[in-house]
Write a protein that binds this ligand. Structure first.
Ligand SMILES: C[S@@+](CC[C@H](N)C(=O)[O-])C[C@H]1O[C@@H](n2cnc3c(N)ncnc32)[C@H](O)[C@@H]1O
Length: 193
């Protein structure tokens, strides 16, 4: 079985060609930003974080790996995504919570997470997907878990599928919730409508 971060990447890559548009809603130290920048040779990555340190670390990581013209680093909250990303997106990731080894008080917050998630889902191209990695083991995380699941469970079933991928035999492990805007298909032939 796959580790959740590897599984998240697999789900995301499945939906994107090398010319895709990807949003990293929680840049942190930039590992996901770098991973998708390397993949999207003809595409673009937008990455958000509220911490100056995250932008500095990510800038350095990108430079150390050769530099990338296909990345826009944005020092702002992800709930303002619509101010920066004007085109439909193929995929996006929220890795919620706080940055390991840094200030734990700078954690993602329910209100802004939910506003950002709703905007992210609205930006999706048909066939695109948003993956949220949830850490329910702290107070804000447990509330985020409840709200993200509620939101994804309530998505219009004629346009979206939403999923949950979780370990069963650990207490409060991180887990994935994903929402895809599916391609409507003929139920008999499987051909896109
Ligand atoms: C779990 S870390 C992300 C780890 C990152 N994906 C990596 O590869 O290192 C969560 C990040 O979300 C950021 N964050 C918190 N609130 C945010 C907000 N409103 N908008 C954007 N980023 C936010 C934190 O500063 C932190 O860097």
């Amino acid at each position: 079985m796959k580790d959740i971060l590897d599984f998240a990447k697999e789900i995301l890559l499945e939906r994107m060609g090398e010319d895709g548009t990807f949003v990293d809603f929680t840049m942190g130290n930039g590992h996901d930003t770098l991973y998708f920048a390397q993949y999207l040779k003809k595409g673009h990555v937008y990455a958000f974080d509220v911490q100056e340190m995250a932008l500095e670390n990510t800038k350095k990581l990108l430079q150390d790996n050769g530099g990338f013209a296909n990345v826009t680093l944005i020092h702002d909250s992800h709930h303002r995504v619509d101010q920066y990303v004007r085109e439909p997106i193929d995929a996006g990731i929220f890795n919620l919570g706080y940055l390991p080894g840094s200030d734990k008080s700078v954690t993602t917050q329910c209100e802004t997470t939910m506003e950002a998630l709703e905007k992210a889902v609205n930006l999706l191209k048909t066939g695109g997907v948003i993956v949220v990695i949830i850490y329910p083991g702290h107070k804000e995380g447990s509330r985020e878990a409840e709200l993200v699941e509620q939101f994804c469970a309530g998505l219009d079933k004629h346009k979206y599928n939403s999923y949950k991928y979780a370990l069963l035999n650990k207490s409060n492990p991180p887990y994935i919730v994903a929402a895809e805007k599916f391609i409507p298909r003929n139920r008999y032939t499987g051909e896109p409508l």
